[in-house]
Design a protein around this ligand. Structure first.
Ligand SMILES: [Zn+2]
Ligand SMILES: [Zn+2]
Length: 214
């Protein structure tokens, strides 16, 4: 005995059924239950967008993460991204008791301008450490390039670089990263600490790493 879909009358002889409804109607209902527009945070300073958790470089991977998160965590696959990254066509899948149902959905993406934490801190001149580069300035420049790459690869940043008569002072976002960099490069800087304040009852120090190149 064939069954008939109560919505459209399709028979189970001609089409797969998901419970009481035909595949077509199930897919349509699923697509209608999904939101059709999302808002994505975009940093007005560095252009990164808020993907799954933190900010990431724009692109199909980070857009997919943002869409996935806001669509309620369904498995999704990006089919295409519209011009100006203002829309995305995605294939959304859901596991049901009767099998997996997949539906294509067009998602409109709007952007909200914000300042990501990294850029906010940068704008506020935030720094935890200073590396003083002294002596041979050619070697100092090379070291600066290495520090910059190391920090940017790890979501840190260079707050500012100050040149003075003695050499260069490089202000850094994280003393943890600064220390890790020194050990990684097997450098033996002369360390000093400056008390900069008290946070949650604990004394906060700024680390200074002095490096001299012969
Ligand atoms: Zn139907
Ligand atoms: Zn930013």
């Amino acid at each position: 005995m064939p069954r008939y879909c109560p919505t459209c009358g399709n028979s189970s002889d001609r089409m797969q059924f998901f419970g009481n409804f035909c595949e077509e109607c199930t897919r349509k209902k699923f697509a209608e239950s999904l939101i059709s527009s999302i808002e994505v945070y975009r940093c007005k300073s560095c252009g990164r967008i808020k993907a799954g958790g933190g900010f990431a470089q724009p692109g199909s991977d980070s857009l997919a993460a943002a869409v996935k998160k806001q669509l309620g965590g369904y498995a999704i696959k990006i089919i295409g991204i519209g011009e100006d990254e203002c829309s995305a066509k995605v294939l959304v899948s859901q596991d049901t008791a009767h099998g997996t149902i997949s539906s294509e959905k067009e998602i409109v993406i709007s952007y909200k301008k914000v300042l990501c934490e990294r850029c906010y801190r940068k704008a506020c001149n935030y720094h935890e450490a200073v590396v003083q580069l002294r002596g041979d300035m050619q070697r100092a420049q090379k070291m600066l390039a290495r520090i910059t790459k190391y920090f940017e690869d790890r979501n840190g940043f260079i707050t500012k670089v100050e040149e003075n008569d003695n050499g260069m002072d490089v202000y850094l976002s994280s003393k943890k990263l600064a220390s890790a960099f020194m050990s990684r490069m097997d450098l033996k800087p002369v360390m000093s600490y400056t008390l900069v304040g008290v946070r949650k009852g604990k004394k906060v120090y700024k680390n200074t790493y002095a490096l001299r190149f012969g």
